[in-house]
Design a protein around this ligand. Structure first.
Ligand code: NIG
Ligand code: FE
Length: 433
């Protein structure tokens, strides 16, 4: 018997349709293609009809008679949120460094003194597979209850072939076991190990000649990322690593221009990266080159917030034609959050994005940033039925009532996987003034 789901009477059903072939830019980022009194029918995990409730009821009476039905009156239905940049698999937390930063120490000073990424690397190397799996699984559970149905996950806290592979094996297994989809990125070039500080090129050579071939042979990643920043990897080292990955079929991504303007955005355009992420200090030339080459800008305002830095210039980037996606950057050092909804709030309040743009940036554009837009990121016939229902009567409320989890129901591949109506009751009896 087939598995049928019918969602009816959505106050607003945000389809975000029309941008499956290419990411949404400028005006298209503000077009959510919302349907009032919206309905959606999914069969065996795939969307088979979408439109007004009335139209679907008229045409699909037989299917609806067999379907599980969800009444989304007074609620917003959107594609499941997608987080295109996380450091999901790691061990431990770094609240001690947070306290140091509050007293004035900088993120980079802490890292150069052997803390920061190095601290999490030590913890991750020491953790066995099962510990890493368990910690990371709990994070996925939290993402899911916060409305996210797909995440990207990077390695980069192993820094040896053995431990990078351990991290990627955990992500691969979680992709199989967990209801969420996990898309993997190899990031062996996340930091130069402390012991090799004086000879970074030897480490770069090892990433290229040992780690990348092994990761590719075991089919452990889709993307290859590098932290291109002064004192970490130079643009030239980053270019070598990204070009080497391309020879093994790994698609380039870059942590670019986070702390200072360092040519990362320009490099992303030159190597044909799918995305350049952070971009707090990206140059105008770099942004223009990215837009010309269709590189997506993945912005991580949680990191600017948590590091008390200046935010990326999202408004300017979007107006200049850059396709923008948003992500948590979830990691224990620079952005220890699992709330993509809060990141959407920051997008509006701190980066000048509109409420429509932040939704596009966490759905279809996020899907493009991880190469999955053919199956997720919008509610269209033929796509996977990954759906988040928010307990708000209109989408403006998502960024208006900030820092809250508005999720009511999460559906993954046509199945209800989260139902938490009782957690968010404040909007049941209110009406807008
Ligand atoms: O994207 N900037 C580099 N990497 C991560 C932070 C990693 C960490 O501090 O553990 C980021 O912000
Ligand atoms: Fe990151």
């Amino acid at each position: 018997m087939s598995d049928i789901l019918f969602i009816k009477h959505a106050a607003q059903l945000l389809t975000i349709s029309g941008n499956t072939d290419k990411p949404a830019k400028t005006d298209a980022m503000r077009e959510l293609n919302s349907i009032e009194d919206g309905g959606l029918l999914a069969k065996d995990g795939e969307i088979i009809a979408i439109g007004t409730t009335e139209k679907i009821q008229a045409k699909y009476a037989d299917e609806i008679a067999q379907a599980k039905q969800i009444d989304a009156s007074n609620k917003v239905v959107s594609p499941g949120l997608i987080d295109p940049h996380t450091h999901l698999v790691h061990a431990g937390t770094r609240e001690n460094e947070y306290a140091m930063r509050l007293k004035g120490k900088s993120y980079m000073d802490i890292m150069h003194a052997g803390g920061g990424i190095h601290a999490t690397t030590r913890a991750t190397q020491q953790a066995n597979y099962d510990q890493l799996y368990h910690e990371s699984k709990l994070r996925l559970d939290t993402f899911l209850t916060n409305g996210v149905t797909t995440v990207e996950a990077k390695s980069g806290y192993g820094l040896t072939t053995e431990h990078e592979i351990k991290q990627l094996e955990v992500a691969k297994q979680l992709n199989k076991d967990h209801v969420m989809d996990v898309v993997s990125t190899f990031m062996g070039a996340h930091a130069v190990p402390v012991a090799e500080k004086e000879n970074p090129d030897i480490f770069v050579d090892r990433v290229i000649s040992e780690m990348i071939p092994e990761v590719a042979k075991r089919n452990l990643a889709t993307f290859n990322d590098v932290f291109c920043e002064r004192g970490v990897f130079t643009p030239e080292q980053s270019r070598r690593i990204l070009e080497a990955g391309k020879e093994y079929g790994l698609i380039p991504k870059i942590h670019a221009d986070e702390i200072e303007s360092y040519g990362g955005a320009e490099l992303a355009a030159a190597v044909g990266a799918i995305s350049a992420d952070h971009l707090l200090k990206a140059s105008d030339v770099g942004i223009r080159q990215m837009a010309e080459q269709d590189v997506i800008g993945v912005l991580l305002p949680g990191t600017a917030f948590f590091l008390m830095a200046e935010f990326a210039q999202a408004r300017k980037m979007i107006d200049q034609g850059l396709a923008v996606a948003l992500s948590t950057d979830a990691n224990p050092g620079s952005s220890p959050t699992l709330s993509l909804q809060f990141i959407m709030n920051l997008g509006c309040l701190k980066m000048g994005m509109t409420p429509e743009e932040v939704i596009t940036a966490t759905t279809i554009n996020a899907a493009h940033a991880i190469g999955c837009a053919d199956k997720i990121g919008s509610l269209e016939i033929g796509k996977q039925a990954d759906i988040t229902i928010f307990n708000v009567p209109n989408y403006l409320m998502l960024s208006y009532q900030y820092g809250m989890n508005h999720v009511d129901t999460v559906i993954k591949k046509g199945k209800v996987v989260v139902e938490q109506e009782n957690l968010s009751t404040c909007n049941r009896h209110v009406s807008s003034v």
